[in-house]
Design a protein around this ligand. Structure first.
Ligand code: G3H
Length: 254
C-alpha cells in the first residue's frame, strides 16, 4: 500500500485491477520502452513488495528477461537477514547470459544474502533428451523446489519480439503469426484470448503449477507490452502485476 501512496497512481492501479481482474496492481512512473531507469523503478517496487511480504526464508522462483535482470540489480538484503532461496522457474530458453534465469537468481541471492539453485538445461531440447533429463536427480531436486515455491516472479513479453530474440526457427515464427500469438511468459505463447498457442519444451514451471504457488507476481512494463499484458491476464493466474504508467494507461484505454 505504501508504494501506491508514494507513486500517486492509486486511481490508475484500481482501474488496472478492474480491467485485468487481478487482486493487486502496482504502477511506477514512466515508460520502460524509452528509459531503462524505469525498469529499475519497477525493480525497486518488486523488491519493496518482497520486503513487505517479509519474504525471508521463502523459495522464490524467477524467470529470465531484461526486466527481471533489472529487478535483481536493485535488490538489497531483506530485514532480519533471513535467507531466501532463489530458483530459476524454467530452464534456459534462448536468452543472453545476462538475461537468463540462472544468472538472475545468482544475482538476487548475492544481493539479498540468500541462496540459489541452478537449472542446467540446454535449449532447445529434443523430446528424447527432455525425457532423459527429467529423470536426472539433480534436475528433479530443482523442479521440486520450483513446484513448491512460495512466490514466482515472472516477466511477460510481446510474442514475436520474444520469438525473434530467442532466434526461433522461421517455422515457429510463422506458426506464431498464423495463431495470432500476442504474449509470452515462461516459455508459453498466448493469443489475445489468453489461449496457449505454443510452448517451448524446457524443464521447470508449467502453467498448471501456478495454481499451487502462493503468490504469482507478473512484472512487465512499457507501452509496447500493453496488448501482451492484457492477453496474458485473459488466461488468469497472477495475483499481482507490477508495471509502469505507459503500459497501464495503454491497457486501460485499449
Ligand atoms: O517472458 C518474457 C520475457 O522474459 C520478458 O523479457 O523483460 O526483457 O522484456 P523482457
Amino acid at each position: 500500500v505504501f508504494i501506491s501512496e508514494i507513486s500517486g497512481f492509486r486511481v490508475l492501479e484500481t482501474q488496472l485491477q478492474e480491467k485485468l481482474n487481478i487482486e493487486q496492481a502496482i504502477v511506477v512512473r514512466g515508460n520502460s520502452d524509452n528509459l531503462d531507469l524505469v525498469k529499475q523503478e519497477i525493480g525497486k517496487a518488486a523488491a519493496a513488495y518482497l520486503r513487505s511480504r517479509q519474504a525471508n526464508g521463502q523459495t522464490i522462483a524467477v524467470t529470465g528477461g531484461t526486466t527481471m535482470a533489472a529487478v535483481a540489480s536493485v535488490m538489497t538484503p531483506f530485514e532480519n537477514a533471513g535467507s531466501c532461496l532463489f530458483v530459476p522457474a524454467r530452464g534456459g530458453i534462448g536468452e543472453k547470459v545476462e538475461s537468463q534465469a540462472n544468472t538472475i537468481v545468482a544475482e538476487m541471492a548475492k544481493r539479498t544474502n540468500g541462496d540459489y539453485r541452478m537449472l542446467y538445461v540446454p535449449d532447445p531440447l529434443s523430446e528424447q533428451s527432455y525425457q532423459t533429463m527429467l529423470k536426472e536427480p539433480s534436475i528433479q531436486e530443482v523442479t521440486e523446489l520450483i513446484r513448491s515455491a512460495d512466490i514466482i516472479l515472472h516477466g511477460i513479453g510481446d510474442a514475436l519480439t520474444m520469438a525473434n530474440r530467442r532466434k526461433s526457427s522461421e517455422k515457429l515464427i510463422d506458426h506464431l503469426k498464423e495463431q495470432h500469438a500476442v504474449s509470452e511468459a515462461f516459455g508459453y505463447y498466448f493469443n489475445s484470448k489468453g489461449d496457449v498457442v505454443h510452448k517451448v519444451r524446457t524443464i521447470g514451471i508449467q502453467l498448471e503449477d501456478l495454481k499451487s504457488v502462493n503468490k504469482v507476481v507478473a512484472i512487465a512494463g512499457g507501452k509496447s507490452k500493453a496488448q501482451a499484458i492484457t492477453s496474458y491476464f485473459n488466461q488468469g493466474k497472477a495475483d499481482l502485476l507490477i508495471t509502469d504508467e505507459a503500459a497501464a494507461k495503454a491497457i486501460i484505454h485499449e
